[in-house]
Design a protein around this ligand. Structure first.
Ligand SMILES: *Cc1c(COP(=O)(O)O)cnc(C)c1O
Length: 464
């Protein structure tokens, strides 16, 4: 089992090297050289199995020789034992044709945990076997950083440094990053905004001497292992609703395109998916691209669904690569135009192929709040603003007769209490297992927006 870069100029790697590399050396993203297939019989046999067993059967063909079957099984079991719901990713019926897939029962209450809890353990197993260690550095606007700190806390082969903009993440998000007490995880508040934090991380990765000195690694959403872990729940939901004998539509609140791209991998493996619906907030570059064929970056406008506030969706490059018939030279050309001219036109045949898989819609801030209120009034369910963006788009784009719609609930409403309270006048409570989050002691470091200061901090505080 090997992986190749979407830009065609990086070495072909096996699963564990792909996971440790993150981004390919040529700036591209790794994809499987050949996507493993599941037969209709194998998919049907997933119905009724525990989540962990489905995860094992979906993930196993992608890892090649990197893990034995029993090691992979053990790591998957450990990853999802931290979830606060027996089904791990339960489905809730909103009406006979619409279901909510709750991805927020992990330790930090957002879907990032589904992948991060597993990838933390995969990293540790590989590094321990190789006798290596790495330093993971990332910038976050909230959800990714808390999921990464939670996943890597206490692991002997990994040190983690997460940079976030001081005063610009929610209190729940900050506390999730600052309350873990293990000395291998560090939450760093940068005196600046998210772009400053991200620029500092880029600066660290571009300092090749420092990169080698501390063994820098990244676990952002372009990491193939994260995408792979997310393909699993497309299978569990589809078979619960009559798949593979009946196709299912998925509506996915989308930012960096990682979660929805995982759905396209499930489809490529053989799962009958009617359409994957891209739901964006007012930062609607993807909706505009699907509608007009013009992929062009704009200004980010902060929204009440902040985890989808992006300029450029990194994982979209993987979908383009497939739509361009895996023509790496064509991907390189389009990506160069994105950097140099701020955008590109998707060639017509590729656009047509994208539209066979994806359709799209967008929700304004007002529509998002109105949807939180409508869902609460109609069903009693309280949803987070990201989930509400999906439900608004789902309502605008009904599926064909007989095709159920699964809307992904990407975060727990208690993670975004202010937006929810504005919409329905109620403040959602944290689940009981983290009710003491506001009493736990915090530990964080405030550092100037200064590359040398951050580099210094990492040198002094990493172990080994
Ligand atoms: C990260 C995130 C998203 C967007 O997911 P992508 O994989 O980046 O498209 C949506 N909702 C929530 C709550 C998130 O944390």
């Amino acid at each position: 089992m090997h992986y190749i870069s979407t830009r065609g100029e990086a070495p072909r790697l096996d699963f564990e090297e792909t996971m440790l590399a993150g981004l390919a050396r040529d700036g591209g993203l790794y994809v499987p050289e050949k996507v493993p297939q599941l037969t209709a019989g194998e998919i049907a046999a997933l119905a009724g199995l525990p989540y962990e067993e489905v995860a094992f059967r979906v993930i196993r063909p992608f890892v090649g020789e990197s893990f034995t079957g029993s090691a992979l099984e053990r790591l998957i079991d450990a990853a999802y034992a931290s979830f606060g719901h027996k089904a791990r990713v339960p489905l809730v019926e909103l009406d006979p044709a619409t279901f909510l897939m709750e991805l927020h029962h992990g330790p930090t209450l957002a879907f990032k945990d589904v992948a991060m809890q597993l990838i933390g353990r995969l990293f540790d197993a590989v590094l321990t076997r190789r006798g290596e260690r790495v330093t993971i550095v990332g910038a976050t606007s909230g959800d990714t950083g808390s999921a990464a700190i939670e996943a890597f806390r206490g692991l002997p082969s990994v040190d983690v440094f997460i940079l976030f903009p001081e005063g610009r993440v929610s209190e729940v998000q900050r506390r999730q990053m600052t309350t873990p007490a293990e000395d291998n995880v560090h939450a760093i508040a940068i005196r600046g905004d998210f772009d400053d934090a991200q620029a500092l991380v880029k600066g660290l990765f571009n300092d090749h001497a420092f990169r080698d000195e501390v063994g820098l690694a990244g676990v952002n959403s372009i990491n193939w292992a994260r995408v792979l872990a997310q393909t699993v729940y497309y299978f569990t939901a589809a078979v619960a609703l009559g798949g593979p004998h009946r196709p299912v539509r998925f509506v996915v609140p989308t930012g960096n395109f990682g979660d929805i791209y995982a759905g396209s991998v499930a489809r490529a493996m053989g799962l009958p998916v009617e359409r994957l619906v891209i739901a964006t907030n007012q930062n609607d570059i993807l909706h505009r691209a699907l509608t007009t064929g013009e992929y062009r970056r704009g200004e980010v406008r902060p929204s009440i669904s902040p985890s989808m506030d992006i300029q450029v969706s990194s994982n979209f490059e993987r979908a383009l690569f497939e739509a361009l018939d895996r023509d790496a030279a064509a991907v390189r050309e389009l990506m160069a135009a994105l950097t140099e001219e701020g955008g590109f036109t998707i060639p017509a045949p590729a656009l047509a192929r994208l539209r066979e898989i994806y359709i799209s819609g967008a929700a304004s801030e007002e529509e998002t709040r109105a949807t939180i209120a409508r869902i609460h009034a109609e069903t009693g369910e309280i949803v987070c603003p990201h989930t509400a963006v999906g439900l608004k788009v789902a309502a605008d784009l009904p599926a064909p007769e007989g095709v159920p719609t699964v809307a992904l609930a990407t975060a727990h409403p208690a993670k975004f209490p202010d937006a929810v309270e504005q919409a329905i006048g109620l403040r959602p409570a944290l689940p009981p297992r983290m009710a003491d989050l506001f009493e736990r002691p915090e530990r964080m470091h405030v550092i100037d927006n200064d590359l040398a200061a951050v580099r210094d901090f990492i040198r002094r505080n990493r172990r080994g």
